[in-house]
Ligand binder design. Structure first.
Ligand code: NAD
Length: 503
């Protein structure tokens, strides 16, 4: 039954024909829903990747001369195709990444939103004019296309993260090479197919403007090492980002890193506890705890700990866990067995350090016995323990009590990562302190909403071991272009800067 359903989903997303026999196609694309293999795919050989980079270089040389608003038109047309296929694409995300349909549809909507944003941006890639200190001189700053951009993506946002990069890179005049997660290659094939169709009908677009490189970490490492790749935008674990950062820095290339998170929220005594509860549950258990912005650490002021904890525990452990295609499910599967093992290991370490663990056990889902389903866990700690400081990509929330807000902010900022943070408070002074230079040290700081679920209009990313990159909205486009300072002398004289005389 499920095999038939899976085929329908692949068919609707236009990827049913992808793949071939296992001997020559060594990458199995699986569904985490029941662990079955959907298709076997080819892995790009090193020589093919090198040829793709050469082709991307040539495509860039043509594309950079196309006026930016025309480049925006390409992205607008692509978004039209995505809109038309929204339901089929969302179903493919559910199948391959295990997201519940509402979250999968939200991810496809994010693709459309960032394309709309990029299209508008294509008329606003603004430089500056600056006052020159020399008479008869014109000083300005211009932004030019950068070159081929490698986009390495993680499994948990198999379409949106690519779109954040691709839409901006394309309007900025760059060619793109996408190395998707080896855990979600079919989502990449489906998206790429729509972009290829759009390119085929766009006369100014060179054929190799957008390419897909299917492979594992080695393929990403090859892209990172190649000096013909101008920007390496890599999303994934901090361990991966560390390798990419070193490789790209060694060749003086540019990297944009979106890495792990260990996100925290603070609940103060003045908070609306109903609101905080709903926000915390979504942030901790949405996408089965597999978002980079998932809430992992909750600091609750001691006076409100009891009323909040009892309700939180009841909410988390009673959440409907199961096949994401089953209506009513709120928590789908973990991506694979290794994710399940890492979660159990973290829970074991917390227990051994004296934590009270509620939930976290395996859930047996009929017809999905090879999937890895877990009940979201609440882990009550009396004090910080070593495992608290690592990112465990699963629905598990550590809870600690605090006395003063300064102490809570210090604890929140003590993590190695610096992605997302939140405070729940109705006290203006507390909110402003949290948002001030003495407050959260993260790239994202929210008041009265959870750590996850960012909008595309803001710049997305985080500090410290999250990598420091910014993608999507605001002025994140500047990473995909090179800045040039230009001085024009229309004076007929040759005055030198700083009044230097050279005669
Ligand atoms: P991962 O690090 O295992 O893989 C991510 C990508 O990197 C994959 O495409 C993989 O093939 C590639 N890769 C692996 N080794 C590489 C290497 N040496 N050189 C180049 N590429 C390499 O991550 P994952 O398990 O797919 O995703 C989960 C992680 O991603 C979590 O840590 C999560 O927080 C993070 N993430 C961060 C963001 C963000 O925007 N900050 C968004 C989504 C996910």
């Amino acid at each position: 039954m499920s095999g038939e359903r899976w085929r329908e989903v692949l068919q609707a997303a236009g990827v049913a024909g992808a793949g071939g026999d296992a001997a020559s196609h060594p990458l199995p694309a699986r569904t985490p829903i029941d662990g079955s293999v959907l298709v076997h795919l080819r892995i790009a050989a090193a020589g093919e990747i090198s040829a793709a980079i050469s082709a991307a270089r040539s495509a860039f040389e043509r594309w950079r001369t196309v006026p930016a608003p025309r480049r925006g038109e390409l992205v607008r047309r692509f978004a039209e195709r995505v809109r038309a296929e929204q339901a089929a694409l969302a179903a493919l995300i559910t199948l391959e990444a295990g997201k519940i349909p509402a979250e999968a549809a939200g991810e496809v909507q994010e693709v459309v939103d960032v394309c709309d944003f990029a299209c508008g941006l294509s008329r606003q890639l603004q430089g500056l004019t600056l006052p020159s200190e020399r008479p008869g001189h014109h000083l300005l700053e211009r932004w030019h296309p950068l070159g081929p951009v490698a986009i390495i993506t993680a499994f948990n946002f198999p379409m949106a993260v690519w779109a954040w990069n691709a839409a901006l890179a394309l309007v900025c005049g760059d060619s793109i090479l996408w190395k998707p997660s080896e855990k979600t290659p079919l989502c990449a094939l489906a998206m790429h197919r729509l972009l290829e169709q759009t390119l085929a009908e766009f006369p100014e677009a060179p054929p190799a403007l957008a390419q897909l490189v299917i492979g594992a970490g080695a393929a990403g490492a090859q892209l990172a090492a190649d000096p013909r790749v101008a920007l390496v935008s890599a999303t994934g674990s901090t361990a991966m980002g560390r390798q990419v950062a070193e490789t790209v820095a060694a060749r003086f290339g540019r990297s944009l890193l979106e890495l792990g998170g260990n996100n925290a929220a603070i609940v103060t005594p003045s908070a609306d506890l109903d609101q905080a509860l709903r926000a915390v549950v979504f942030a901790a258990a949405g996408t089965a705890g597999q978002r980079c912005t998932t809430l992992r650490r909750l600091y609750v002021q001691r006076s409100v700990r009891e009323p909040l904890v009892a309700r939180l525990r009841a909410s988390l452990v009673s959440m409907p866990v199961g096949n994401p295609f089953t209506p009513g499910t709120l928590v789908g599967p973990l991506i694979d067995a290794a994710a399940y093992e890492r979660m159990q290991h973290a829970l074991g370490a917390a227990r051994a350090a004296g934590a009270a663990v509620h939930g976290g056990e395996r859930v047996d889902v009929p017809d999905c016995r090879s999937g890895h389903y877990v009940r979201p866990a609440l882990v009550e700690l009396q004090q910080p323990v070593p495992v608290l400081w690592q990112e465990t990509f699963a629905p598990m929330l550590y809870l600690l009590a605090y006395d003063s807000l300064a102490e809570a902010i210090a604890q929140q900022n003590a993590a190695a990562h610096g992605l997302s943070s939140a405070i729940f408070t109705n006290d203006l002074r507390e909110a402003e302190l949290f948002l001030s230079a003495r407050g959260s040290d993260c790239g994202i700081a929210n008041v009265n909403c959870g750590t996850s679920g960012a909008e595309i209009g803001g710049a997305f990313g985080g500090e410290k071991e999250t990598g420091g990159g910014r993608e999507s909205g605001s002025d994140a486009w500047k990473s995909y272009m090179r800045r040039q300072t230009q001085t024009v002398n229309y004076s007929g004289e040759l005055p030198l800067a700083q009044g230097v005389r050279f005669s």
